[in-house]
Design a protein around this ligand. Structure first.
Ligand code: AMP
Length: 486
């Protein structure tokens, strides 16, 4: 930073942050409106919490060293306390639930939409600031609460514009793999976490890569070595058999898994929970094509304690890889961090920008070029009041309209209207005003003709490119252009 008056900063946006223009914002808003409506119809109430939390409330990313902004964006307040921007909407919910537990209706069902920030290395589709939409049930240990979240997530994705069959909810239970490992004599949490992380990479590395990570470790193409979980060959093979026992009809997968994890108490508990989730999903009308049991889904986050879910995009996305559009699971210990009391909770979260990008790639996004306002051309500087009256009249008829407020001439104004994707331009000169008329130019038609969509001469005469009409027919004429009221 410099005080020098001739210092010119380069106009640039920080890495991992994005400017969003109208078409993106409209697409995101539409998704959020559709999903919020679904979540409310299931009895979930909206909740908003602040962008900052005290760093100790976020916990998981924070190292015990003196660098509290590892993974999060943190700052020290003037009372010396560390605050951090939230990295997801789950940790703030846990804090809120702990703080208000006495007065909340229990179970507490809430959905939330908000920006989250992650201080990590950005990459394609991986931002440092993005919007998440979450729904959680706090205070119910019933597997049916998980089933409901899964069914609702599926309904939400469909409402957002993903047709049935375009997204698949994949369900697993952490208890299965934990049970399998305990039965095999793997006791330390560190080793179990290393196994989970290895399995989480199945998509990317394939079976052989995961096999290496379950054992001694893996050498990647660049020559870098990742230390493995240190399982012996027999245990590594049983983990691999487990993760490959998936797909197909849910109840059949469960039978197959029962054979593979064989009889550990925690594993049996996990299977029982999945069976109850399956039964509830049947009751809720969630088809096998919408939700499946897939033992390879483990989810990266440490805090999950039971069922976990992930939403995978199945549609062709032109070679683009989207990873998961959403995920979640049961986290029974997050509220206990504050109160010491275990509060069972389960929820699902999806990234709005990733879903919008996925919809667009799947050809389901709304037209990226949404229509602009009708532009009233300033033909005569002394007639501004008349132009504003025209714009006001259009707006009160529900038609977005604006008066051109730049300083350019006619030609540039027409160009401006076209760039705004205005459906029409309204032109009123001295003659029109004196005669009580107005000229309307159909810019939609102009664009259609230019793009070759319309070349039907008969239609062209039916729909004049430019017409001078009595002033009181203006709204009607514009409506015809927009395609309303025909
Ligand atoms: P998570 O909170 O990590 O379980 O992520 C939940 C969802 O948020 C993911 O399925 C993504 O859709 C989205 N998401 C996670 N990380 C990012 C990121 N860095 N940029 C954009 N979206 C993200």
């Amino acid at each position: 930073m410099t005080d020098s008056s001739d210092f010119r900063p380069e106009a640039r946006i920080p890495r991992g942050f994005a400017d969003k223009r109208a078409s993106t914002l409209r697409a995101e808003r539409r998704i959020l409106e559709a999903v919020s409506k679904v979540y409310e119809s299931w009895g979930f109430e909206p909740l908003d919490t602040g962008a900052f939390e005290y760093a100790d409330a976020l916990g998981k990313f924070l190292p015990d060293s003196d660098r509290p902004n590892e993974g999060v964006f943190a700052l020290q307040d003037d009372d010396e306390q560390w605050m951090a921007l939230r990295y997801d909407l789950t940790a703030p919910l846990a804090r809120f639930a702990a703080q208000n537990w006495e007065t909340l209706p229990k179970p507490f069902r809430r959905y939330a939409v908000g920006t989250v920030w992650r201080n990590e290395k950005p990459g394609p589709g991986r931002y440092r600031e993005f919007i998440q939409c979450d729904a959680d049930t706090v205070g119910s240990a019933r597997p049916e609460a998980d089933a409901e979240i899964i069914a609702m997530a599926s309904a939400g994705l469909e409402a957002a514009g993903l047709p049935k069959g375009a997204a698949l909810l994949k369900i697993n239970n952490r208890k299965l793999l934990n049970g399998l490992l305990t039965a095999a004599g793997v006791e330390t949490d560190g080793q179990k976490l290393a196994v989970l992380r290895a399995v989480d990479k199945l998509d990317r590395l394939g079976i052989d890569g995961v096999r290496a990570l379950l054992g001694e470790g893996r050498l990647d193409e660049s020559g870098a070595f990742t230390k493995g979980a240190g399982l012996n060959a027999k245990n590594a093979e049983s983990v691999l058999a487990f993760v490959q026992a998936g797909a197909g009809v849910r109840s059949e997968t469960l039978n197959r898994l029962a054979g593979v994890i064989g009889g550990s108490a925690e594993g049996d508990e996990g299977l029982e929970e999945l069976a109850k989730i399956d039964a509830a999903l049947k009751g809720l009308g969630v088809a096998e094509e919408q939700a499946t049991i897939d033992p390879s889904v483990v989810r990266g986050l440490e805090y999950y304690t039971g069922p976990v879910y992930e939403a995978e995009l199945l549609i062709e996305t032109g070679g683009e890889r989207f990873g998961s559009v959403g995920g979640g699971g049961r986290y029974d210990d997050l509220v206990a961090r504050f109160t010491g009391e275990r509060v069972p909770a389960t929820g699902f979260s999806f990234g709005v920008s990733r879903l919008a990008a996925a919809l667009k790639a799947a050809g389901q996004g709304i037209g990226t070029e949404a229509r602009g306002p009708v532009v009233v051309i300033v033909f005569d500087q002394s007639r501004m009041a008349d132009y504003f009256a025209v714009a006001a009249e259009l707006r009160s008829a529900g038609i977005p309209a604006e008066v051109y407020l730049g300083s350019s001439g006619m030609k540039a104004q027409m160009k401006y209207a076209d760039r705004r994707l205005a459906p029409a331009a309204v032109i009123m000169g001295e003659d029109e005003i004196a005669a009580g008329t107005v000229t309307v130019k159909d810019l939609d038609l102009g664009r259609e003709l230019a793009s070759g969509i319309t070349d039907n001469a008969a239609w062209r005469t039916e729909r004049p490119g430019q017409q001078t009409i009595p002033r009181d027919k203006l709204v009607e004429a514009v409506r015809r252009i927009i395609g309303e009221g025909e």
